[in-house]
Design a binder for this molecule. Structure first.
Ligand SMILES: [Zn+2]
Length: 462
């Protein structure tokens, strides 16, 4: 049984989907005005893992992520670069998909775009207006939060603290936290026709509309970064539940922050960087390891030493896996060891997707493989165990994505090591112990350990 920490109920609950064997899941996607930052990458990787674990557990998952392709930031960018908002959105949508693929994130079932769902958004605003929950103020349409007695239930905000009328940028609001469903068009902005004049949809509106269009009026899981809880997700609930009268989402999941060197990431602090920048220096597997070695509800601090450590970890695990494969030959059998590991892995992962435990089981498995590799001779039983461990690593990797791909450099490195070992063995044959020991020491200095066994010399990474 999978348990999920539900932000809405503030409880860890047993996951029971609306339709047996099927999961409907929505995660807030990018606003395509720039490359996405490494904090966004944490959210995307978290929910990629959640989706893959649900699939591994036998569910058929429909996964929807929206693309916000009309927004203030896109307009700003377009004006700055002297190109159209469409061009900005198209460029960064493409870049988004490139980074998603590089981060080994599985494609969503649907990536609906805001600009392709304007009709449905207008229908929702009209429905709310007819119910007297939305009001028009000079072409801007606002949601009246005082008409929604459940407003604040997700974030725990108290309505009385939110009320007070305010003159906003858009127009007159009845309460200061009333939010725009529809914004009237300003000079030079993209617009669509509406009963309230030319304008464009508000950001919160698109998630209510597109999630329900692809997943139904009530669906299972809604995810996003913790910073979206209020007002974005609160507003999604308000819009959807006030129009349908049904519960919007069963389980709300929020991934914690990523801090940079113990500080909140921000452009003004100069500690802001994109996933693309990190991917230039580190493999996707190291980034995934850095994030997934902690539970998604724990804050993570990003520092160079931590990503370096994560890179070492994925190298170690991959090394054990590759060398194990070489030794095992064809993978077969290993049921017992496989099932034991999977059971431990599931205990962790079933408990609110605790990848910290999942990854500790992966480390145990790699350690066991290394112990087996130290043996000169592998019995039937040893081979069976090795096979089970390798199969487990493959299964865990299908969810975590932390095994480095078989690379040309890796192959070259292995070939180079066999040249070095041949050279050392020829030195030993000539009884040139001094040179052979020097070689061993130099290798140790760079983290390669040499082991002489009755079956020849072996090496591994310390
Ligand atoms: Zn959203």
């Amino acid at each position: 049984m999978i348990k999920i920490s539900n932000t809405l109920t503030r409880k860890k609950e047993t996951f029971v989907p609306l339709i047996n064997g099927h999961v409907s899941m929505y995660v807030c996607g990018p606003t395509v005005y720039d490359f996405f930052h490494i904090g966004n990458a944490r959210t995307f990787i978290t929910f990629d893992m959640v989706r893959k674990y649900l699939e591994f557990s036998g569910y058929k998952v429909t996964y929807v992520m929206n693309i916000t392709d009309v927004d203030d930031k896109i307009i700003e960018r377009a004006n700055k670069e002297g190109i159209s908002t469409k061009e900005v959105a198209e460029k960064y949508t493409e870049e988004f998909f490139r980074d998603v693929e590089a981060l080994k994130i599985k494609k969503a079932t649907f990536y609906p775009k805001a600009t392709e769902h304007i009709e449905e958004m207008l229908e929702l605003v009209q429905a709310l207006e007819q119910k007297g929950i939305a009001y028009n103020s000079d072409g801007d349409v606002f949601f009246d939060i005082s008409k929604d007695k459940n407003y604040g239930k997700l974030s725990g905000k108290k309505l009385e603290n939110l009320q007070a009328s305010e003159r906003s940028e858009q127009g007159d609001k009845k309460n200061n936290f009333d939010f725009a469903l529809w914004k009237s068009a300003k000079e030079g902005e993209p617009f669509w026709e509406s009963p309230w004049g030319n304008g464009r949809p508000g950001w919160h509106l698109e998630c209510s509309v597109m999630s329900s269009k692809y997943l139904g009026e009530t669906f299972d899981i809604h995810g996003g970064g913790i910073d979206l809880t209020f007002p974005h997700h609160e507003n999604e609930i308000a819009q959807s539940e006030c129009s349908t009268g049904k519960p919007f989402v069963k389980y709300w999941m929020h991934a914690e922050f990523l801090n940079i060197n113990d500080e909140k990431m921000s452009k003004s602090l100069g500690n802001f960087f994109t996933a693309r920048e990190v991917l230039k220096k580190y493999p996707a597997e190291a980034i995934r390891m850095l994030f997934l070695q902690k539970h998604y509800k724990s804050p993570i601090n990003y520092e160079v030493v931590f990503i370096e450590e994560a890179k070492n970890s994925v190298e170690k695990i991959t090394n054990a896996y590759r060398r194990g494969l070489e030794r095992a030959g064809v993978l077969k059998g290993g049921e017992f060891a496989y099932r034991n590991r999977i059971e431990d892995f599931k205990i962790g992962m079933d408990d609110d997707f605790n990848t910290a435990i999942g990854i500790s089981i992966v480390f145990n498995s790699a350690k066991e493989i290394n112990l087996l590799l130290e043996k000169d001779f592998l019995s039937e039983e040893d081979l069976d165990e090795l096979n089970g461990e390798l199969r487990f690593l493959e299964a865990a990797d299908s969810i975590l994505g932390i095994l480095l791909p078989k690379s040309e450099t890796g192959d070259k490195f292995n070939a180079l090591m066999s040249v070095v070992l041949k050279l050392r063995s020829s030195l030993r044959d000539k009884k040139d112990w001094e040179s052979s020991d020097l070689l061993r020491k130099e290798l140790e200095n760079i983290g390669i350990r040499i082991n002489d066994t009755s079956q020849g010399t072996k090496w591994d990474l310390k």
